[in-house]
Design a protein around this ligand. Sequence first.
Ligand SMILES: [Zn+2]
Length: 260
Amino acid sequence: MPLRCPLCKPCDSSSAPPKVGDVNDIDEFGYHSYRCKKDGHAPRTKHQHDKLVLIWERALRHAGFQILHEPRGYLVLSGKRPDIIVADRQHLFLDVRTCDPCLQSQVDNSITSPGSAADRGTNDKERAWLELVEAQGDSFTALCHEFPGLIGDGGLGLLDKAAARYSSSNKQRAAFKAYWLMRLHITHTRGVAETLRHRFPFHDDSHLSHFDSGSFLVHRSPFSETLDLPCARPGTTATPLRLHETGFSDIRNAPPSFHV
Ligand SMILES: [Zn+2]
């Protein structure tokens, strides 16, 4: 049964299989949901980009740097505003970008070179920022996070600098990096999940005229119907958690098999 995107709803079930990354490439795994620009990437900005900016700021403050959040007026030759400035004798301008390795223009490179989407994001950012920033004697680093979790070289290098600022002990530096890498990955993963949560594709059941199409907005979950979670307070209830109570499904008692 064809899949439809709840935002752009393209669907051409009569055509040959779509090319990866084109408008009809609707999949069950979230790649189209991540890529879809119908709403202007607002969820991606809110749940991923903005959260990543904040977690980078916390990591850099933890290292001892003075941080400016989205400051205005620090670029002499432009009105552009970076996500972060690390304030020092020479300011370090930082700008965060989320990168999609499954864009049609990118997917071939991503297959052979994981991380190439982050590299491309870095090139785009440096083209936009580097000349302007270096012209006034400052420096620039792009912080690129590739779906679903790879961090670009600029970000990893900055984390090395932050660890070096944090401590002269190699063990302490390693602990600092392990902690903040984990926080960065968790932040990105949660942002991706939150972005996808409200734009899962649904099965196009328009040809099933005897069913109410509104009943089939959630395709079958890959998880079992119930989760056998141990009850922390056995006296309270022994009933297993129903799937809709976990947040994996928005519809109570959704028919389990019609849309398989
Ligand atoms: Zn879409």
